[in-house]
Write a protein of this length. Structure first.
Length: 157
C-alpha cells in the first residue's frame, strides 16, 4: 500500500451472492465506500468476537439460521474494526432472501448486516479478501474501501 492511497477490494460476479449482500449493506448506510472506508482488524481474538455477534456458530440463533449449502455472511467483515462488535445491538439484514428472520431490514450508518449465502462463495470470498490484504499490504488498522459489481441475490430457500 502506498502512503495516502486507500486500497479498494473489488467484489464481482465471481462471488455474486456476497457481492450482492455487501452492495446492499453499503447502500443501507453501512461503511465501506471510498468516503467511509473500513479498517483492517488483524487481531484474531477481536475478529472472533465480531463473528460471535454476527454469525454465532452455536445456540438458538445459529440453529434458526442454518440452511443446507449456505453459510452466514457478515458485513462489515469480521476482519474490520467496524465489524459487529462495534455495534452489537444494531444487527440487520438487507433483504428477505437473506433468510435471517431474527434481524429486521433497516438502514442507518451504524451496525452490521447478516445474510445466509452460498457456502462455497462465502469461503471463496474470504480467501479473496485475505489475498487482497496480502497483495495490497493492508496491515492492522489500515483503511480500505470496497467496489461491487455483478452481484445477485441468494434464492429463496
Amino acid at each position: 500500500m502506498f502512503h495516502g492511497a486507500t486500497p479498494e477490494f473489488k467484489l464481482t460476479s465471481a462471488t455474486p451472492e456476497q457481492t450482492w449482500h455487501v452492495a446492499g449493506a453499503i447502500a443501507s448506510g453501512l461503511p465501506g465506500s471510498a468516503g467511509r472506508p473500513l479498517h483492517r482488524q488483524a487481531d484474531k481474538s477481536k475478529r472472533d468476537i465480531n463473528r460471535q455477534y454476527s454469525c454465532p456458530r452455536k445456540g438458538t440463533i445459529a440453529d434458526a439460521r442454518r440452511l443446507t449449502g449456505r453459510s452466514c455472511d457478515e458485513y462489515p467483515f469480521a476482519s474490520s474494526n467496524e465489524g459487529a462488535a462495534a455495534h452489537p445491538d444494531l444487527g440487520r439484514t438487507v433483504h428477505d432472501n437473506c433468510n435471517v428472520k431474527d434481524l429486521t431490514i433497516t438502514t442507518g450508518p451504524d451496525g452490521y448486516s447478516v445474510c445466509m449465502i452460498d457456502a462455497k462463495q462465502n469461503s471463496h470470498s474470504g480467501s479473496l479478501l485475505g489475498k487482497f490484504y496480502g497483495e495490497e499490504r493492508v496491515i492492522d488498522q489500515d483503511a480500505f474501501s470496497l467496489a461491487t459489481s455483478g452481484g445477485a441475490p441468494p434464492g429463496i430457500p
